[in-house]
Design a protein around this ligand. Sequence first.
Ligand SMILES: [Zn+2]
Length: 78
Amino acid sequence: MIDFATHRQRLHAKIAAVRASRAPQTLLEAKGGCQHDWRKFKQSVRPRGEWIGMEAYFVVLGCERCKAKRTVDYVVER
Ligand SMILES: [Zn+2]
């Protein structure tokens, strides 16, 4: 059996840790003089093995000007 809830919880914990390690202000900081123009988009992940048949994606903030990218969430749909 797939322990889906546990797996998901672990992922969320990991993401929360990554998030906490970055100060929220850095999101708005200009990098190399770029006034970031953040756009939210989905970055699909192809599930493998026991996850086949599910759709997963990262919710990513990307700046079209300097190509900076920031993962803000991870979503699994079944
Ligand atoms: Zn930028």
